[in-house]
Ligand binder design. Structure first.
Ligand code: ZN
Length: 391
C-alpha cells in the first residue's frame, strides 16, 4: 500500500541536492545516491557520519528508507559488490531492506551552512567566513524588452527556468518602461505591426540575474514565452565576487579565553571519543580568533596562518604538518587543537535533520529524520604513556 503523503526518494534527493549541490563536490569525490529506487517512498531517514556496519544495522532495525552519510561507502572504483567484502555486504543489506544510501561529502564540506559551520557553531564562534573560499558561482545577467502587458508572464517564465534568485529572494527583476521601434521585414509575421511599416511599441526592459549554468535554459524559456518572432535580448557575464562557500571556517569567540579553557570547551562541545582533545601551545595563551575544519584539515595550514587565527581546530593532524606550523609560530599563535575525525563532523548532522525535515514539511510531506548517536570513531581504547626512554 502506498501513502500519498510520503515523498518519493527522488523528492528527498532533490531537496538534498538543493542543500548540497553535487557540483560543489571536489572532482576526486564520490557523492550522491549510492543505492535506492528513486520511485520508492521515504518515511524514515537516518543520518550518520559513516556508512559503517553499526549504522547500517541501526538503519535496518529502525526500518529506515534512506541512510544519509557524510563519508562515501564506495569511494574507490569497484568491480563487484558481492557480499564477500564489508562494502558489498552493506549494499546487500541495504537493498534487501529496501533502504537507500546517499552521500553528501565535500559538497557538504563547502556548503554554507556546511560541516565546518556546524563545528564552529557548537564551539560558540560567530562572524564566520570560509577559511579557504571557493569562487562564487559564475553569474550572468539577461536583459530583454517585452510589451508591457507581457512583462509579468516573461518574468515568471525566466524565474521558473532559474533566473532572478538572489540569496533568499526569488523572482528578482528590475524593469523600466521605454519605447521599442522596428520595421518588420517583407517575409516577417509580426505580433505587433505589419511588414514594411515603422512601428513604435511601449515595452518594458526586464533585467534578471541567473547562474551561468542556467543560461541555455533561461534563453530557451525566453524564446518560448516572449511574444515576438525575434525577441531582442542581451546576456552579460558578471564579474565574480569572493564566494560564501569553501573549506573550513574562521570566526571569533564571544569572549577571549585561554588555550586550556578553550580546549576544555571543545571537549565538552563534541561527542566523547577515546582520543579526547590534543593541544599544541602554551595553556595560558589567550585565544579569540578561531579557525576550524571538520575532518582532516592539515592541508589548510597556509590558510590558517594567513587568516590570523589564534588556534586551529581540526582532526587527523599528522606529525609533519603540525610540527612545521608550530615551529614557524615559535611560542606564539596559531596553536593547534586536534580532535577525532568522527567527532568533528558529527555536529553537522543535527542541522541536516532540521533543514531536511523543514523542507519536506514545507512541501506537505512529513518524514521522520533521526541522527545516529553510535560512534563510528575507529579507536576503542587508549593507555597513558607515562614513561620510557625519553622523558
Ligand atoms: Zn570526514
Amino acid at each position: 500500500m502506498t501513502n500519498d503523503a510520503l515523498p518519493a526518494l527522488a523528492d528527498v534527493v532533490t531537496v538534498l541536492e538543493q542543500m548540497y549541490d553535487p557540483d560543489w563536490a571536489r572532482d576526486w569525490d564520490a557523492v550522491g545516491l549510492v543505492c535506492g529506487d528513486p520511485s520508492a517512498q521515504v518515511r524514515r531517514v537516518l543520518l550518520a557520519v559513516d556508512p559503517a556496519p553499526v549504522v547500517i544495522e541501526e538503519a535496518i532495525a529502525w526500518r529506515a528508507d534512506l541512510v544519509l552519510t557524510h563519508h562515501p561507502l564506495l569511494f574507490h572504483p569497484v568491480h563487484s559488490v558481492a557480499a564477500t567484502t564489508a562494502k558489498g555486504r552493506a549494499i546487500h543489506q541495504l537493498v534487501r531492506a529496501g533502504c537507500g544510501l546517499y552521500t553528501a561529502h565535500t559538497n557538504a564540506d563547502v556548503a554554507a551552512p556546511g560541516v565546518s559551520d556546524a563545528l564552529a557553531r557548537v564551539l560558540g564562534l560567530t562572524d564566520l567566513a570560509p577559511l579557504s573560499a571557493d569562487p562564487a558561482d559564475h553569474t550572468d545577467k539577461i536583459v530583454t524588452f517585452v510589451p508591457e502587458a507581457e512583462a509579468d508572464k516573461l518574468v515568471d517564465a525566466l524565474a521558473a527556468a532559474g533566473a532572478g534568485a538572489i540569496g533568499e529572494y526569488r523572482r528578482c527583476a528590475w524593469m523600466a518602461t521605454g519605447s521599442g521601434t522596428f520595421v518588420p521585414g517583407e517575409h516577417s509575421a509580426p505580433v505587433i505591426g505589419e511588414p514594411g511599416r515603422l512601428e513604435v511599441v511601449t515595452e518594458r526592459r526586464v533585467e534578471m540575474v541567473l547562474p551561468r549554468r542556467r543560461r541555455a535554459a533561461v534563453i530557451s524559456a525566453l524564446h518560448a514565452v516572449h511574444p515576438y518572432e525575434e525577441p531582442a535580448y542581451d546576456v552579460y557575464e558578471l564579474v565574480s565576487e569572493p564566494g560564501t562557500r569553501g573549506v573550513g571556517r574562521v570566526g571569533r569567540l564571544a569572549t577571549p579565553t585561554t588555550l586550556r579553557e578553550f580546549a576544555m570547551l571543545v571537549a565538552e562541545a563534541l561527542p566523547a571519543t577515546v582520543q579526547g582533545v590534543r593541544v599544541s601551545g602554551e595553556p595560558a595563551a589567550e585565544v579569540s580568533r578561531v579557525a576550524v575544519c571538520g575532518g582532516a584539515g592539515d592541508s589548510l595550514m597556509d590558510s590558517v596562518r594567513a587568516c590570523g587565527a589564534d588556534v586551529f581546530v581540526t582532526a587527523d593532524l599528522r606529525h609533519h604538518p603540525a610540527s612545521d606550523l608550530r615551529d614557524q609560530a615559535g611560542e606564539g599563535p596559531p596553536y593547534l587543537v586536534d580532535v577525532a575525525h568522527w567527532a568533528s563532523e558529527w555536529p553537522w548532522l543535527a542541522g541536516v535533520a532540521n533543514r531536511l525535515e523543514g523542507a519536506m514539511d514545507a512541501a506537505g510531506r512529513h518524514i521522520e529524520v533521526h541522527v545516529s548517536t553510535r560512534s563510528t570513531d575507529p579507536w576503542t581504547f587508549r593507555v597513558p604513556s607515562p614513561g620510557g626512554v625519553v622523558r
